[in-house]
Each structure stands twice: as structure tokens, then as C-alpha cells.
Design a protein around this ligand. Structure first.
Ligand code: CA
Ligand code: CA
Length: 412
């Protein structure tokens, strides 16, 4: 290990000394070294990995293969680049234990003016099994000009991030049971195998009713209506593709049903009134699919999750129990943890589904959160196709506290 490190420093010095002692080339190419860390040595397979170097001003992309390995889990890339402003994307297609996997890592907005070694990139397996991803979540709601909370305008944007036509039919939108801001010590603990959820709504359809082209999106709103007539700080959601509709058991709290916009199938929700995603962003959200042939009744029976936990407060520690439903990790196609920036305590999904969290505010009560969403970073491929970043780490993949715009990805 030490000798490898020594070799690396030697190599680095050699690169630097080359540019110092040799006359400048007419092309102004610079030697740039990047290390990419992969999970373990089995991923270091020849002809599986590359770095795409995209120069932003010229809109040109060069592809580079590894020049060698640094140690048993690290590639070394030696790039020769013209000076410029670059985004780097590491991509790998590899078969491990018979499973075809995609890995990805990103390094954005790098100024290359001279020979340099960039910070190492850590590649992680993407869940890109030809599925949708959550592209934007608007959970905070808006505020009226009178300063009152307004809630019917929350929405989710799901994107077909794959390269083939997908159908949204059957996609289940979920909210976690657990709060990211309160660490519950739960027995039995199932987090390594499933997400505990207590709100599940499904896109209806016969399997081919809601096609979405590659790069296309589906907008799921609480109420698909033009909210600007009630709140000038809100937006027109009458063009949403779906809405979730709840039959409330309380006359004072009722939902709105736009007859022109399909309602999500309600599998289960904890509330007796209407579902409002947590407006301080203390939860995780996910999309997934229940296996074909499993009825809702069977799911709710077989995946019912009674559990015990310790509630720790200033008054002491209390033995508590509660219930939720388990949604197995292998059914989940995308998961996003949210928490205020300063009050985060734990990921309420397996870190294999999401290794970080994203936010719209510093604290839960921060009033600047209204009207703001979390939105995935997006980029264009060489062919002009829009994609969003998905490394299964919401801290990396999302832009925090964005001005909410339900049509952002449509207008791109
Ligand atoms: Ca609704
Ligand atoms: Ca409706």
C-alpha cells in the first residue's frame, strides 16, 4: 500500500515536472489525474469503465479509459485535456456475481488551467434498472399573502431516466413511517431489508395506460387545480397527470377531486382525513412496485409491521409500540430522504437505497421553506437528452431549496 502511494506521488511529480520543463504544446493540453474508488477489487475489470469529460463552454465531450489501478479498489485515470471548464462523469457497466450493474460518479464544474490531480471520485451502484426516479419533491407547501399555510398544492415529479419507453402504471408513491429527525430504536429492526411506510398511493392503469418517453415526466399533485385562484403564491396544477384523492372521515377536512385528472389508487394511509406529505420534510419518500399478482389485501396482510420502540424525551424513556407496513427494498426503484439541514438524525431507508438526505430549510420551522422544493441535478447527454443524477445519495444528487416549479423538467 505504502509503495503504491509512493509510486503515485512519484507519478504525480513526474506529470507536474513534464509541464514545467517541456515547452508548451500548441494544443494547450493539460495532464489531469483522477482516482475513482469502486466498492472492491472485483469491480476492477478491464474494458468496463470510462470517464466522460464534458467541456461546458464548448459543449464537447471526450471519453477516457483507466490508465491503471492504484490499489485493490481504485482506478487511476490520466486525462489529457484542453484548458476549460469541465464536468466529469464516471460510468461503468460490470457483471458481479452474475448481476449486471451500473456504477456512476460525478465531479462538476472543475476549472482546468494547468496539470492537476483532482479529488478522488467514489463510484456507487445506480438503481438504474430501467425505471423511474423521483426528480422533484414539493412537500413544504406555499404561504398565502396573508401569511397562512396553504397545503393543497404539494406535488411529486417522476422522470423516466432510462433510455426506453416506460409505463407509470402500477408505480407506488410512498412516505416513510419514521422521522429522519428522531432516532427510534426499533424492535424488530427491518431497515436492512425493507422501508417502513404508512402512506401508499399507486398510479392506476392496465399496464400500458400511462406511457412516459425517455426524459419525460409524470406530475402527481395533491389537488390538480389552478391554485392561483386561492393563493397567488401558488401555481396551476390543473395540468397534473395524477392527483391523490382521499375520502375524509371528517366533514371539515375534505379533498378536491378534479374529474378530468385520474386519481391514484389508495392502498393505505395512516390518516382518517387527507394525506399531506410532511411539510417540514422530516420523512423519506420512495417509489416502487408491488409484484404482479399480489392483491392489496395480500400485501397489507403479509407486510403488516407491528413494532416496539423506545421514546426518549426530557421526561424520560418510554416503551412504545406502533405499526406500519414494510415495503421490501428490492421492490423500491427510488428513495429520497429529506430532513432539515441541521436537525437530521438518521436515514429512515437502507443506505443502499439512499446514502444521504436533502432539504429545503435549515430547521423544520424555517418559514423560508414555503414555495421551495428539492430537485435532482440534471444534465444533457451528447444527443441532447435530459437526464437526472442518481447515485443513490440524495445529499449529492439533489439541489436543495429550489424555487418550486412543477413544470421545470417539462420546460427544459
Ligand atoms: Ca388530494
Ligand atoms: Ca380526480
Amino acid at each position: 500500500m505504502r509503495s503504491t502511494r509512493f509510486l503515485f506521488y512519484f507519478f504525480f511529480l513526474y506529470l507536474v515536472s513534464c509541464t514545467l520543463t517541456e515547452p508548451k504544446m500548441a494544443t494547450l493540453k493539460q495532464d489531469v489525474s483522477i482516482m475513482v474508488i469502486v466498492p472492491d477489487s472485483t469491480y476492477l475489470q478491464p474494458n468496463t469503465a470510462c470517464i466522460m469529460a464534458h467541456e461546458i463552454n464548448m459543449n464537447s465531450t471526450c471519453r477516457f479509459e483507466p490508465s491503471g489501478v492504484m490499489n485493490d479498489s481504485t482506478w487511476l485515470f490520466d486525462l489529457s485535456l484542453e484548458t476549460g471548464f469541465y464536468d466529469f462523469t464516471y460510468e461503468q457497466q460490470v457483471t458481479i456475481d452474475g448481476h449486471a450493474l451500473s456504477l456512476r460518479a460525478y465531479q462538476k464544474n472543475c476549472v482546468i488551467q494547468a496539470a492537476t490531480t483532482l479529488p478522488a471520485m467514489t463510484a456507487s451502484v445506480t438503481m438504474e434498472h430501467n425505471e423511474f426516479v423521483i426528480a422533484e419533491i414539493f412537500f413544504a407547501g406555499t404561504i398565502t399573502t396573508e401569511g397562512k399555510q396553504y397545503t393543497g398544492d404539494k406535488y411529486f415529479v417522476l422522470m423516466n431516466n432510462s433510455d426506453s419507453l416506460l409505463y407509470a402504471d402500477g408505480l407506488v408513491l410512498m412516505e416513510s413511517k419514521f422521522l429522519t429527525v428522531r432516532r427510534d430504536i426499533v424492535t424488530p429492526d427491518r431497515i436492512d431489508s425493507a422501508m417502513a411506510v404508512d402512506a401508499l398511493y399507486r398510479v392506476p392503469g392496465d399496464g400500458q395506460q400511462y406511457p412516459v418517453e425517455p426524459g419525460g415526466v409524470i406530475l402527481i399533485a395533491d389537488n390538480a387545480m389552478d391554485h392561483r385562484s386561492l393563493n397567488s403564491n401558488s401555481f396551476d396544477l390543473s395540468g397534473a397527470d395524477m392527483e391523490w384523492y382521499d375520502v375524509s372521515s371528517r366533514a371539515s377536512v375534505t379533498d378536491v377531486d378534479n374529474a378530468d385528472v385520474p386519481n391514484m389508487d389508495k392502498i393505505y394511509c395512516y390518516t382518517q382525513t387527507i394525506w399531506v406529505p410532511h411539510n417540514q420534510g422530516h420523512k423519506a419518500f420512495a417509489i416502487g412496485r408491488i409484484p404482479q399478482g399480489m392483491s392489496d389485501e395480500q400485501y397489507l396482510r403479509d407486510y403488516y409491521y407491528p413494532y416496539d420502540y423506545q421514546l426518549i424525551t426530557q421526561a424520560g424513556s418510554f416503551d412504545m409500540s406502533s405499526t406500519a407496513y414494510l415495503f421490501p427494498n428490492e421492490w423500491i426503484v427510488d428513495a429520497v430522504n429529506t430532513s432539515p439541514a441541521t436537525t437530521f438524525q438518521w436515514l429512515v431507508t437502507s443506505s443502499r437505497l439512499d446514502a444521504g438526505y436533502t432539504y429545503v430549510a435549515e430547521t423544520g420551522s424555517d418559514k423560508t421553506r414555503y414555495g421551495k422544493s428539492v430537485r435532482r441535478k440534471s444534465f444533457r447527454e451528447e444527443n441532447g437528452r435530459l437526464k437526472v443524477q442518481d447515485t443513490n445519495n440524495s445529499s449529492e444528487d439533489f439541489l436543495t431549496a429550489q424555487i418550486a416549479d412543477p413544470y421545470f423538467f417539462v420546460s427544459q
